[in-house]
Write a protein that binds this ligand. Sequence first.
Ligand SMILES: [Zn+2]
Length: 180
Amino acid sequence: MVHWFNQKGHLSENTNGVVLMGKKEGTYLKTLRNIHERIQKKKGEVGEIEQEFLAEVKKEREMWIKVGRCTVCLTEGETEWHHIISQHRCREISKEYLIHSRTNVIEICRSCHDETTASLRRKHIEKNGGGAKTVKNPNGAMTIRQEEYIKKLGGENRITTNMTRGEASKLIDTLKEEGK
Ligand SMILES: [Zn+2]
């Protein structure tokens, strides 16, 4: 005799003792499918909102117009963007949008940039052997952010297919080292 439990947890079988799969009393298929469909629908909605977000990010980035003068020391010439609330911190506090906001960056020269707390802290960590930084999920796929950063560092042709997060991180370190 074959036993099966229905959705109420009661033992269920047909007259021949054979459980009829696909019948309401012998399977949770309908419920599983229903929940799965709801998840898929929400994912689709999230995807649409993300696209909307990216489009606005693009517009916001167009606001990042340099004037070629350091905000701190007023030196004219080449400048860099400095995040007031660091990109790392923005992610940490789940305010990723601040990474892209024009209100969270200032235009400063390289030498002032080197004197920012963020820069000094980074150098301190590097000097004290904090170099082997841990990458979350090193076997996961390279993130878009990593890819963009590698391209920015001029390493586009060194991106391999199916590059992992860990490999991308190493490549970034190498490119930075080469760029010094
Ligand atoms: Zn300056």
